[in-house]
Design a protein around this ligand. Structure first.
Ligand code: NAP
Length: 551
């Protein structure tokens, strides 16, 4: 069924107006797939992206050492066995260039490019209640008039670039990892500062250590880490994974976090200390996120279990700093800080050993916080100026809500999503927001895809659900879909109840929005399990989308 296209004139700076059935913002993992699905449905659809290439996260995050922490065999699209088998990853956790190449390959193979407009920043999207359509404008002044607006903008795509006073006074180069220059940055022999030791900072630090002249790492909150085991994949290896395509496709939809592993170790309480240790050792050796997402779920809710698992990881970390034990306090979380896994656990490769190099200094910026950037470098609260040539800001993102809040989105009665989310971040299962008909979201707050999931699993599931919902409404002759207030209220309540039982809500991190001043505190991602979330979404679809009013 094709839409009756809107024909009334819409003014714009350039005069150019594009009329669409559906518009996708973003051309990363979710955007590419959403474009493909809606085009297959016969809709007139186009995707728009600020970047000059496709890939989303994998376009922007080209900093040294960028790679994912999900194994290549599950960081995949599941709609085509042929596609899965036709691309062969070179290792278990491929680096950014390979993943960017893969997404370009997907775009070519599905012939998506002709419907993607790159180098186009979306600045506003206003809903016209009378017509039941969205008027979207670009930075260049183009207008897109669309029935459905699907935001696939990414949950970690709004980099926190203006973090410190005085940044513009710096005489050297400053780069945020999420906006890393395509042409690269020459770090050879330079005095480099890295601010931030999250998953990104760790990858940068361990990768650039052999090139830099000297490095100062500004450490505020130490991390629990797991050493990555990253074997190369041969053609035969990939054929083996390919032969498991259907099994893996089914498995990742059912597990807690969209991986192929799950909490299968059995209850903590029923195990002896030796048995628990054996489970932890085995998962530690796996060199993946399995220690976190496939060991003991009790660690998320029970202080004692959390402390026992945390102590195990601390012990492993301490062994590696034996030659400089004075570093332990700065680089290893203490039991008073937070528990293992209550925020994102990074995988690493000889990260701690970097601090044993003579030319590397760990600066304790909890004790002496960064005050400002000065022309020579970074000034800390103890009055010291750390002189450097290059500052790498691995300081993170306005996660989940940031990408959408940076667009002037206005729904019914001209209500502003940004203003609304400044008060309280709410969504209906991360798929829609009450008050914004025909706006659908992926990777948005209050769904597992906002943080607690293997991204490809959860993003595809959301795209499939959105596509099904749009199809259903059109088949039933409906023009608009909008999550009801009651449905959204009940989801938010359920989300909060599940979250409140966990220790995650007690830990400061981007999961709780605490990395952005003034951001309302709420767990950004649904923590009731991706498998449960997927089942709930399937039930809603099967029941004819109760909670999503169609008119
Ligand atoms: P992040 O986890 O938010 O880490 C930001 C870091 O910057 C933290 O160490 C933070 O310290 C520090 N920081 C921020 N403001 C600071 C200040 N004023 N002074 C000193 N330190 C400051 O961001 P991220 O490392 O970019 O990672 C974000 C997410 O991206 C990850 O959690 C992960 O989900 C994803 N990611 C994935 C991969 C992968 O798959 N391998 C790699 C990279 C990123 P505090 O903790 O004290 O605030």
């Amino acid at each position: 069924m094709s839409t009756q296209l809107e024909t009334s004139p819409v003014s714009s700076d350039t005069g150019k107006v594009t009329f669409l059935d559906a518009m996708v913002i973003g051309s990363g993992v979710a955007g590419l797939y959403q474009l493909h699905r809606l085009r297959e449905m016969g809709l007139k659809v186009r995707a728009y992206d600020t970047a000059s290439g496709v890939g989303g996260t994998w376009y922007w995050n080209r900093y040294p050492g960028a790679r994912f922490d999900s194994q290549a065999e599950i960081y995949q699209y599941w709609f085509s066995e042929e596609l899965y088998k036709s691309w062969q990853p070179t290792e278990r956790f491929p680096a950014q260039p390979e993943t960017e190449e893969w997404l370009n390959y997907v775009a070519d193979r599905l012939d998506l490019r002709k419907d993607i407009q790159l180098s186009t920043r979306i600045v506003s999207a206003h809903y016209c209640e009378e017509k039941g359509r969205w008027n979207v404008t670009t930075e260049a002044g183009e207008t897109i008039n669309t029935q459905y607006l699907i935001a696939c903008c990414g949950m970690l795509s709004a980099p926190l670039t203006d973090r410190f006073p005085g940044q513009s006074s710096f005489r050297g180069e400053i780069h945020h990892t999420g906006l890393w220059p395509k042409e690269g940055v020459n770090l050879k022999g330079k005095r480099v500062a890295v601010i931030g030791t999250g998953a990104t900072g760790i990858q940068v630090i361990q990768t650039i250590a052999p090139q830099v002249g000297s490095m100062k790492v500004f450490v505020r909150t130490p991390q629990y880490i797991i050493p990555m085991r990253n074997p190369k994949y041969s053609k035969e290896d990939w054929e083996k994974w390919g032969s498991r395509f259907h099994e893996l496709k089914k498995r990742v939809r059912e597990t807690f976090a969209g991986f192929d592993y799950d909490f299968d170790a059995g209850p903590w309480a029923e195990k002896t200390p030796e048995e628990r240790r054996a489970v932890l050792e085995k998962l530690w050796e796996d060199g993946s996120l399995a220690l976190w997402l496939a060991s003991f779920p009790e660690m998320f809710v029970d202080e004692q279990v959390s402390e026992a698992v945390s102590a195990f990881v601390r012990e492993k970390m301490r062994e590696r700093l034996q030659s400089k034990p004075e570093l332990c306090d700065l680089l290893i979380p203490s039991s008073a800080d937070y528990g293992f896994g209550t925020h994102r656990v990074p995988l690493e490769n000889k990260y701690l050993e970097v601090y044993l190099q003579d030319n590397v200094e760990a600066v304790d910026c909890k004790k002496a916080p960064i005050e400002k950037i000065v022309p020579e470098g970074i000034q800390t609260a103890d009055g010291k100026v750390h002189e450097v040539d290059i500052i790498i800001m691995a300081v993170g993102f306005d996660a989940g809500s940031g990408a959408l809040s940076r667009i002037d989105i206005r729904g019914r009665n001209h209500r502003s999503l940004k203003e609304q989310w400044q008060q309280e971040i709410r969504t209906a299962m991360g798929l829609q927001i009450h008050g914004y008909p025909n706006l659908f979201t992926t990777g948005a707050p209050l769904a597992p895809s906002a943080a607690l999931c293997n991204m490809t699993t959860c993003l595809q599931q959301q795209v499939d659900w959105i596509t099904g919902c749009i199809d259903f409404s059109r088949q039933h002759g409906k023009h608009t879909v909008e999550a009801t207030k009651d449905f959204e209220d009940s989801w938010v309540q359920h989300h909060d109840e599940v979250a409140a039982k966990t220790l995650v809500v007690k830990t400061d991190s981007w999961y709780m929005g605490s990395n952005v001043d003034g951001k309302p505190r709420r767990l950004i991602s649904y923590i009731g399990g991706a498998g449960n979330y997927h089942r709930r979404c399937d039930e809603i679809a099967a029941e004819g989308y109760p909670g999503f009013a169609m008119a």
